[in-house]
Design a protein around this ligand. Sequence first.
Ligand code: G4P
Length: 531
Amino acid sequence: MNHYTEEISRRRTFAIISHPDAGKTTLTEKFLLYGGAINLAGSVKGKATARHAVSDWMQIEKERGISVTSSVLQFEYDGYCINILDTPGHQDFSEDTYRTLMAADSAVMVIDASKGVEAQTRKLFKVCVMRKIPIFTFINKMDRDANDTFDLLDDIEKELGIATCPVNWPIGSGKEFKGVYDREKQCVISYSDTEKGTKEGTATEVPVREEARLRELIGDSAADKLLEEIDLLDGAGAEFDLDTVRAGNLTPVCFGSALTNFGVEIFLQHFLKMATTPLPRKSDLGLIDPAEHEFSAFVFKIQANMNKAHRDRIAFMRICSGKFDAQMEVRHVQGGKVMRLSQPQQIMADDRKILSEAYAGDIIGVFDPGIFSIGDTLCMPKEKFQYEGIPTFAPEHFARVRQIDTMKRKQFVKGIEQIAQEGAIQIFQEFNTGLEEIIVGVVGVLQFDVLKYRLENEYNVEIRLESLPYEHIRWIENKDEVDIEKLTGTSDMKKVKDMKGNPLLLFVNSWSIGMTLDRNKGLVLAEFSRN
Ligand code: G4P
């Protein structure tokens, strides 16, 4: 057993995902409160500034008051060392959000009880499903009028295709919210509305078998309804099974109210018990075990211009195995160099702390002089292996880019290629022509603004973006078996290629995808690219 096995086994690394306004920030603040990371949630960074405090790196974020980038928070709770990967909560999220999920071992999904599954949750969820990581659901805002509980669970099952298993069961909602029934303890925990920002209040716990006390606590009609629902639930709900949860096929569900601090600590405790320690990751050497193997990591995100004065770039890496020590030399496999990582740091909200050591499961940011790319592997100098690449996610918005001053062609190409290499946008070319026409694809439209802003500010190039009607992109999986020239699709289909020369098809709607598949037997299309 390595001396650092203990450190690794107490680590839990998760991404927190939700539709904007479901309560992700509030829940995260309450987690930090329980961890003692801050004394009073919200007092360190007032709610209104919380979102800004997370990352004020780019002017564009300040102007729009939203966070484009994601950040990492670390805190201790009950012997665990927890890393939360926060994802941008704005509708205009970007491909970075998806990549962040690649660095996590599990995900917490926050759902607004009056809304159910919303568009953004669905998209992020697909990535979790693809990675088969466990998902823990917190249905928030029970202190407001909520949808029917069975409907909410049904919604998750239908929309996301994952079975649900309620850990607790709400009793009423809104003004009638009485508390939750804890299925394991078989008792009712009464709702206590604590001051915003203080720790959980003293709730009363009454076993359901003590019916008289139960009726006294929550009233006759709520008690009747609850007893009926418990019967239904025990008969119909999915059986709880930890292996199924860990395989990402069953999501435990907790109900609560992050704002009034009800059910948050119980959720955290359940979650920590069920979430996995840092998971082994696939490489060309096979699976790399986090505790058995010495230091290794992969780059999942590159953030440029966090400090404009220095034009710096920070590469975020997830440590996958062993212990990282700031003094040690590491091999950057793709760059073919052995080096010391420069200024390793933990990026917490607007705070950066220089690190001397970190362990598998942790996320570190290092100064990047322009050598790292997304998906790169770092390992010990004596080794040479590569982690499985980070998939390229399908953009959903496309635009043709034109430079306004055609004399600046060189800067334009350099700028756009560098920004694409960082992974901030994807670029495509017409299938049969050179670089003349550049088509940019993004996951969130905000990325277009970021591109425009950065080309102007960093490369002194002005551009015009002409939006294109395509909404779907597909990579051709069996490109060696298909004659792209002869491929016939619908009239609105467009053939393009990516920077590596891979052929792709752009479609205006999903109907065209179906038609194209029908017309070209044997054609295999993919939504992600692993090339
Ligand atoms: P997000 O990060 O997912 O976007 O959501 P955030 O936590 O910022 O919460 C969005 C709004 O919902 C906030 O209100 C927040 O106070 C409220 N909220 C969060 N959890 C609960 C809950 O359990 N119950 C109720 N009733 N409200 C909740 P806001 O008006 O936008 O901000 P503020 O004025 O409260 O600061």
